[in-house]
Design a binder for this molecule. Structure first.
Ligand code: AGP
Length: 609
């Protein structure tokens, strides 16, 4: 979590940093700060709260200077406060650091320093880095940074600046993302591309153990020993507009509406609607490769984990390979039975989630073949997995994931069809039908998200509820899990998802008058069972909102309200049934006056364990 940004050039740095931080606020928004190299040294301005609080704080007394670094924080060590906000400095104020990550050995380092009489002004791990930087500085900033990196353990992306060498910013990373942007007579650093995209599309995506010495005229890259390295420039293929709200009130709403495009982009070049054929040129697997795979693990967190649960149904049913789905933070510590006959698929929008990355590394260590499914080209998952399939959702800024989820579902479905065909497990007529069905999905999504008025009414009606339940069976249950997460994440309504048949084993005790129960009923083979479950909760006076296919009149007889989605096949239904759930969560959050894009206590990218 946390976002870092840096500027060095001829422009005033403050404006650039504040603008960059506004694009990184999704990474954390407990506090914000900047440090600008003014004539007589670094001037640090920081405060608790959103970026606007910082803007207000410096109104009429904006720091002036053409070199600076900035930070937006998601608290790990030390509660959100002015003191704990970054940047941090040594006691002289001449050495400045911003940090995203965790310094694991900071306590012992801090104890040593305290024993030597050094004073600290925050509770953070990062302040220790500023002290180390100052203590190690003997006239050469690069040497000091090398020594700091040798001393610390943990995860980080870091930017260093000091009064004695005002012509450079040094940055580096381990396990947390960092990009260096290349401009004309100016250069930039950032945790993520949106912060610099309005100035450049030419970037270096930094790898662990690489150091960038960034000046106004150029960028020198070295390894941790100071040996020069060369790197390819990565040209970003999207523009600043893609990272803006584009007229929508929130990023989340914009991203919900972008789903037809992101689905189209993700299927492009992979499916052919005319022939009904599908391919993954990036994989070039064959029958023998799959014969050797006895089991698949899907490992992820949060929404990506929910996409994995859908993926399990797809792969088991279409390709006939057994699949286990694991929460990444569990997988990494539970000694999973993984070997060279397993394929581990990790799913991650950001490609930087700490637990997911650790799980990926663990799977590799145990000899598994690994496949990353990620949305961010150049991300750690993209680089470290043996093979990678990209979702092309475009930048997802809202903390609540929407378009990334549906593209993940699509990739899982396409993978299942691809594997089913290779294994000759999938009937060719079904395969063709599925591919042709996939091609129609963007238009169906478009239709679905346009019919939103009914959902606004439900959001108003049930927006004051304390609890909500989401029910479904099979693939509908998998989607219910995601619906519940969306609702609790942004509206703070307590929500739980249950396999509809499981409710009576305890949870039914919580179903009381008017509690909203959202039931998804698209899976025709188990439809009647789901109807019985609706009756069970209706008998306890719950208010049932059902999600079913257009033309399903039966459902209307059982439920209080029905949200209809276009009729499609069993496997494609999750791509449509999740849309009303995303919209319901969004409008419920609005009704309750919640900050939709920046829900409390959360951040977009969880790069700490
Ligand atoms: C979803 O709305 C979340 N905010 C969260 O669960 C997210 O999906 C999870 O943290 C995983 O992120 P990743 O896909 O970037 O790895």
């Amino acid at each position: 979590m946390c976002g870092i940004v840096g500027y060095i050039g001829k422009r005033q740095a403050t404006g650039f940093l504040l603008d960059g931080l506004s694009k990184l606020e999704y990474r954390g928004y407990d506090s914000a700060g900047i440090a600008i190299l003014e004539k007589d040294g670094p001037r640090v301005e920081k405060c608790m709260g959103r970026l606007d609080a910082l803007r207000k704080k410096i109104e009429g007394r904006v720091p002036t200077g053409t070199v600076g670094i900035g930070h937006t924080r998601w608290a790990t060590h030390g509660r959100p406060s002015d003191h704990n906000a970054h940047p941090h400095t040594d006691p002289t104020g001449k050495f400045v650091v911003v940090h995203n990550g965790i310094v694991e050995n900071y306590l012992s380092l801090k104890e040593d320093m305290l024993a030597h009489g050094e004073q600290f002004s925050s509770e953070t791990d990062t302040e220790v880095l500023a002290h180390l930087f100052a203590n190690y500085y003997k006239g050469n900033m690069e040497d000091a940074v090398h020594r700091v990196l040798k001393t610390i353990r943990g995860s980080y992306s870091l930017a260093f600046m000091c009064a004695a060498e005002p012509d450079k910013i040094i940055c580096t990373k381990k396990d947390n993302p960092l990009v260096v942007g290349l401009g004309k007579d100016e250069n930039y650093i950032a945790s993520d591309i949106p912060a610099i995209i309005s100035s450049t599309r030419d970037t270096y995506i930094m790898n662990d153990g690489e150091i960038a010495i960034v000046t106004a005229d150029g960028v020198k890259l070295t390894d941790l020993k100071g040996n020069p390295i060369t790197k390819e420039i990565f040209k970003v293929n999207w523009n600043a507009e893609a990272a803006e709200k584009g007229g929508f009130e929130h990023f989340m709403l914009k991203e919900i509406y972008e789903q037809p495009k992101s689905i189209r982009d993700t299927m492009r070049g992979r499916v052919n609607g005319k022939t009904g054929k599908l391919n993954f040129t990036e994989l070039n697997w064959n029958k023998d490769f799959l014969k050797d795979i006895h089991k698949i693990f899907i490992v992820a967190c949060g929404t990506a984990y929910h996409a994995g649960i859908v993926g399990k149904c797809y792969i088991e049913q279409l390709a006939g390979i057994p699949v286990e789905v694991d929460i990444a933070s569990e997988f990494r510590y539970r000694n999973p039975i993984v070997d060279k006959h397993t394929l581990t698929i990790v799913i991650s929008q950001s490609g930087e989630t700490s637990d997911t990355l650790a799980a990926l590394r663990e799977a590799k260590r145990l000899g598994s073949h690994t496949l990353g499914v990620t949305n961010v080209v150049g991300s750690a998952v993209g680089r470290e997995a043996d093979q990678v399939v990209y979702t092309y959702a475009g930048p997802e800024i809202a903390v609540a994931s929407t378009k990334a989820y549906t593209t993940q579902l699509l990739v899982m479905l396409m993978l299942a069809i691809y594997m089913g065909n290779l294994k000759e497990n999938l009937d060719s007529a079904l395969s063709e039908d599925l591919v042709k069905g996939i091609v129609e999905i963007p238009e169906l999504i478009h239709r679905q998200v346009e019919s939103v008025d009914q959902i606004k009414v439900f959001a108003r009606k049930y927006g004051s509820a304390e609890d909500a339940f989401f029910l479904g069976r099979g693939l509908d249950y998998a989607v219910a899990l995601e619906g519940a997460l969306k609702l609790k994440e942004i509206s703070y309504i307590h929500a739980e998802a249950y396999a509809a048949g499981e409710l009576k084993h305890g949870t039914l005790a919580l179903i009381v008058q008017r509690v909203p129960v959202i039931v998804i009923a698209t899976q025709e083979d188990i439809y009647d069972k789901t109807l019985s479950n609706i009756q069970e909760v209706k008998a306890r006076d719950a208010s049932v909102i059902a999600i079913g296919y257009e033309g399903d009149e039966k459902l209307a007889k059982y439920a209080d309200h029905v949200i209809y989605i276009p009729r499609t096949g069993k496997y494609l239904a999750p791509l449509l049934s999740v849309l009303p759930l995303q919209l319901l969560a969004y409008y419920a959050a609005l009704t309750r006056g919640c900050d939709v894009d920046k829900p409390r206590n959360l951040a977009k990218s969880v790069t700490v364990e």
